[in-house]
Design a protein around this ligand. Structure first.
Ligand SMILES: [Fe+2]
Ligand SMILES: [Fe+2]
Length: 358
């Protein structure tokens, strides 16, 4: 389960500025959308809930939380070798993903200011939080004598266009899975303080409440659009997005298994718990959730992950491009096959259980 791929030293853009990792299907994406369509969203079906969440965001409960207290002010040179590399990788991925959220929310806030001031205000608060999160992670990278040039990242990354409906599904899920990822690491550190090798993890408890509120905002937005949860097409889309988010999470966790092992977390148990909790939470937003108790569910997700590791090993080999291309076909087909089988597992209807606490 340990990442068997070679671990070279990080590449630098200039001294202490790390070159971003190459974009793959698993690196956090940068999104753009149809801003006019978002401005025109009719939220009247759920406006009270949306306004209540915006009030919470405005209260800014974490405004004094992201302070680098004395604990950070020391040398971190004793974090060395594979642990240092794996930690930098974790920080970079988290920072990029927070920064990607910041860019999308900031642009939404700016573009909606004139035509939809209410949603513009909400996105401004979300951007404020994500900027704090990304900045805090980047300063942690600087403690390890590396940081990301976020300005360079803004200009150099490819932006993926998603229609507003897809943005609502994926951002909702990424906020909720982000909440569970952070809170479970935090709980583990509280139970096993001997693994707390850097004070960042202490910050996760309040931090993840930001992600929870962001998720609640997107849930309220989603429920204001009946076409996103009230018809059969929505059920098919929800299945698709739940599955892709869970498959991506599984591949990422197993690709970075060594990092989780260095902080005493069992990658498989952690992955399964994050997915089960996120799936249960999303019953509050979606008309269906996936059946994670199906005997093949996690086995097939891990088959996707194993084939993904094979792809990474082929990519890193020194073989000619054509040979690499041919070698990649079987693992790609295997991933598609397992994803298809997962998609066909009968989901769980949540509308019948609406009102019960999940
Ligand atoms: Fe965040
Ligand atoms: Fe967030």
């Amino acid at each position: 389960m340990v990442d068997s791929v070679a671990t070279p030293e990080p590449q630098l853009l200039k001294p202490c500025i790390k070159a971003p990792v190459a974009e793959t299907l698993l690196t956090p994406r940068f999104y753009t959308t149809d801003f006019d369509a978002v401005a025109k969203l009719d939220i009247s079906a759920n406006e009270t809930e949306i306004r209540a969440i915006i009030d919470e965001l405005r209260a800014d409960y974490n405004r004094h939380h992201f302070v680098r207290d004395d604990e950070f002010k020391q040398s971190w040179d004793h974090i060395t070798g594979e642990k240092r590399r794996a930690f930098i990788d974790f920080l970079e991925r988290s920072c990029t993903s927070e920064f990607s959220g910041f860019l999308l929310f900031k642009e939404l806030s700016r573009r909606l200011k004139k035509n939809n001031p209410l949603l513009s205000e909400a996105f401004e608060y979300l951007a404020r939080d994500e900027a704090r999160h990304a900045g805090f992670l980047n300063k942690s990278m600087a403690d390890l004598k590396l940081s990301l040039d976020l300005h360079f990242l803004t200009k150099s990354r490819t932006y993926t266009f998603f229609p507003p409906e897809w943005i609502i599904y994926t951002v909702y899920l990424s906020e909720k899975i982000g909440y569970w990822r952070y809170i479970l690491v935090n709980q583990h550190m509280q139970e096993h303080p001997e693994y707390q090798f850097y004070p960042l993890f202490r910050k996760f408890e309040s931090w993840c409440q930001d992600e929870n509120r962001h998720g609640d905002f997107f849930k309220a937005l989603l429920r204001s659009q009946p076409k996103l949860w009230k018809n059969w097409q929505a059920k098919l889309w929800v299945r698709f997005f739940l599955l892709t988010v869970f498959a991506t999470h599984t591949m990422t966790v197993f690709e970075r298994a060594s990092f989780y092992e260095t902080i005493g977390i069992h990658p498989r148990k952690y992955n399964n718990r994050v997915i089960q909790e996120t799936n249960n939470t999303s019953a509050r937003a979606f008309p269906i959730i996936l059946n994670t108790n199906h005997p093949e569910f996690f086995w097939r997700l891990e088959q996707c992950s194993e084939n993904n590791l094979k792809l990474a090993a082929i990519q890193k080999s020194n073989l000619p491009s054509f040979v690499k291309f041919c070698q990649k076909i079987p693992p790609i087909l295997a991933i598609i096959w397992h994803m298809l089988q997962l998609y066909l597992i009968k989901p769980i209807d949540t509308e019948g259980t609406r009102g019960t606490v999940l």
